[in-house]
Ligand binder design. Structure first.
Ligand code: HEM
Ligand code: HEM
Length: 174
């Protein structure tokens, strides 16, 4: 088999850092949501919001990088697989923007200050319980949809690994 055509080193680095941050945010988000009201919950929410802001920076960088570096073709895929993978990747990108955007919008309508690891940041919006509830629910539903799509994405990666068709190597450094 010919050597696989790889993503650029920048795309590979951003993919894995972003994957780690997003998987961490999902796990942490589900854990913190069940904490009782009190200082531990406040601390846990603060960490989630700070890493959530990092996820926003990462998706912006990834989007800009992706625009200038389109992925190389993958000859291992059938036309149908190529179409399904294109749609799935587009949907991933949409959710990777929409989930943190809804999170940030929801916290913009609380009375709590927005901080990045303790550093206060300017916060748009104003305290409003209804708007907070709408965007908070949206954030939660979209996060579930993202988690489901990531599970399918990882399942697809495992299938390619078992086929040994070089798809995984495309997203790994040489
Ligand atoms: C163990 C976990 C993961 C594995 C093994 C994995 C593997 C891969 C591989 C091999 C590709 C390239 C597919 C191709 O050749 O077209 C890819 C693309 C992609 N992955 Fe993952 N991934 C993982 C987790 C994640 C997570 C958690 C996210 C969400 C942050 C994610 C988002 C994406 C996106 C958006 C693409 C499309 C890249 C593009 O075409 O611009 N991945 N992944
Ligand atoms: C890719 C980025 C993000 C992911 C994957 C993510 C994921 C999650 C998950 C899984 C939950 C728990 C949902 C549930 O209880 O069912 C959650 C809750 C929460 N997230 Fe995020 N989150 C992200 C970004 C953000 C950002 C940027 C903020 C705000 C700056 C934020 C603020 C919150 C808050 C306040 C909650 C508690 C529930 C609520 O009031 O909405 N998240 N998040």
């Amino acid at each position: 088999m010919n050597a696989p055509l790889r993503y650029t080193r920048g795309a590979i680095a951003l993919h894995w850092v972003h994957a780690l941050v997003v998987l961490g945010l999902i796990g942490w988000g589900l854990w913190m949501a069940d904490l009782p009201k009190g200082p531990e919950r406040g601390w846990a929410f603060g960490i989630h919001k700070s890493f959530g802001l990092i996820a926003i920076v990462l998706i912006v960088l990834r989007g800009l990088w992706r625009l200038r570096n389109p992925p190389p073709p993958n000859p291992a895929l059938s036309p149908l697989e190529r179409r399904v993978s294109n749609i799935a990747h587009r949907l991933l990108y949409v959710l990777l923007v929409a989930v943190p955007a809804a999170g940030l919008t929801s916290v913009s309508f609380t009375k709590y200050p927005l901080k990045f690891f303790g550093i206060p940041l300017p916060k748009p919006g104003f305290p409003d319980e209804t708007l907070n509830a709408i965007f908070s629910t949206t954030h939660q539903w979209l996060a579930w949809a993202l988690a489901a799509l990531i599970a399918a994405h990882i399942a697809a990666a495992v299938i390619h690994m078992r086929r040994r068709d070089g798809t995984i190597q495309r997203m790994l450094p040489k």
